[in-house]
Design a protein around this ligand. Structure first.
Ligand code: SF4
Length: 118
């Protein structure tokens, strides 16, 4: 399934409005608070870091995970298991999805980081 098809397939129609998903829902990592794999791997910082709450309409950094838990975070050992695999979040399905969904409203990582540091 191509990304554009997944966008349609994963958008939830709720009370007549499309709801954008956070990374843990789309990637199914199980590391959101009370997620299935928290006991093994801990809570992902993207799911609890409130500094980017609302970025791209996500919960906490759920739609800006790449600057908190991924390859744009500047960490040697990134918390996101997918970021460890991809090495570059620009290759990640969720990053591609978020970028496509946001269109012109997509905030580049550098700008998110500026906001993150405020
Ligand atoms: S690989 Fe990067 S963009 Fe994908 S879910 Fe992990 S942190 Fe987010």
């Amino acid at each position: 399934m191509v990304v554009s098809e997944r966008i349609v397939a994963t958008q939830v129609i709720f009370m007549g409005q499309e709801q954008k998903h956070n990374c843990w829902y789309f990637m199914k990592c199980g590391r959101e608070p009370s997620g299935a794999l928290v006991h093994h791997f801990g809570v992902c910082p993207a799911s609890i870091d409130r500094r980017l709450d609302g970025a791209h309409d996500g919960k906490n950094a759920g739609r800006a995970c790449w600057v908190v838990a991924g390859s744009f975070s500047g960490q040697k050992s990134v918390p996101c298991v997918f970021a460890k695999i991809y090495k570059d979040c620009r290759k990640c399905e969720f990053y591609i999805l978020a970028k496509e969904e946001e269109g012109h409203a997509f905030i580049e990582a550098e700008k998110l980081i500026e906001r993150f540091r405020i």
